[in-house]
Design a binder for this molecule. Structure first.
Ligand SMILES: [Cu+2]
Length: 299
């Protein structure tokens, strides 16, 4: 009963064997985007934050996280490497003041993502396929946090039920603030769409990701298989059969409205899509099917 209850409310209600990104089909050809304005050379957030001891490398396996138990408040960079055989994400939630980890996990078992009302979504590395890695940078407030992976296995059971759920404490250690990473632009998430350029440059670049709300949104990034378009991704989530027509390459996990973070991408040339699999609370329909899928080209 626990599993079925959770599944009914899951982010990925159709329990695809893999999580990734969706993509809408308005792939109106390859729009020739204006060349990116002469942007300053990318400076990954790690360089600034590493000197301040604010870079953390975490590991995901089937089905556990290896992480530090605490994080310093303020800007931190978190890299998540997937050593498993299934895709994994790291979703950070900050528990509302007065809510305990036990209260949250009890609610999670009973209500699935309905439990998110006891917390705020603070981002994290989005779904990455095996052998992948994603780094994000967040400005964390002190408090009690939960790290979890919402992706379901092929058996439909979400990874947080299988062990990918752990408490973390974010502690104000009085350290001096560090400068935020330099970015090459901002991606905006909203009900229901992505404001992302049609073309992004290949190679490493850092972008600010902000959620204009009002619902929780994520930025999942998938690389489309040869010949596949965004509609193929949507269709696969509606009726998953066979391997997905894409590879999950990261992005930013769920952010509550008016929350922001930084995602550092290192994309190869190709066809991609951004997707949001967070369900609409009223209908349970993933945002992917409500307009939150956008194809883009990396060149
Ligand atoms: Cu969304």
């Amino acid at each position: 009963m626990l599993f079925s209850t959770v599944r009914r409310n899951l982010t990925r209600p159709i329990a695809p064997p893999l999580a990734g990104v969706g993509a809408l089909a308005l792939v109106i050809g390859c729009q020739v985007a204006a060349p990116a304005p002469a942007a300053p050379p990318t400076r990954p957030p790690a360089s600034t934050l590493a000197a301040a001891g604010r870079v953390f490398e975490w590991d995901a396996t089937d089905y556990a996280f290896t992480t530090s138990d605490t994080l310093p408040a303020g800007l931190v960079t978190i890299g998540l490497s997937n050593h498993g055989q299934e895709p994994h994400q790291g979703q950070l939630l900050r528990l509302n003041d007065g809510v305990s980890f036990e209260q949250f996990t009890a609610a999670l078992q009973q209500q699935g993502e309905g439990a998110f009302q006891l917390a705020s979504a603070e981002g994290g590395p989005a779904a990455i396929d095996p052998h992948g890695n994603q780094s994000i940078t967040l400005d964390l407030q002190p408090g009690s946090y939960v790290l979890l992976c919402l992706i379901p296995s092929p058996d439909g059971v979400p990874h947080f039920v299988k062990g990918m759920l752990k408490p973390l404490q974010v502690i104000d250690n009085g350290a001096a603030a560090v400068a935020p990473p330099r970015t090459q632009g901002t991606f905006t998430l909203k009900d229901f769409g992505f404001e992302i350029p049609d073309t992004l440059p290949a190679g490493q670049a850092t972008y600010r990701v902000t959620n204009a709300g009002p619902q929780i949104h994520e930025l999942g990034i998938v690389r489309l298989a040869p010949g596949k378009v965004a509609e193929d991704v949507q269709a696969w989530y509606k009726a998953p059969s066979g391997p997905p027509p894409f590879e999950a390459v990261g992005g930013m996990s769920g952010l509550s409205a008016n929350h922001s973070g930084y995602v550092t991408l290192d994309l190869q040339p190709g066809s991609y899509a951004a997707e949001c699999l967070v369900p609409d609370p009223a209908s349970g329909v993933p945002h992917l099917h409500l307009g939150m899928v956008k194809a883009f080209t990396v060149r």
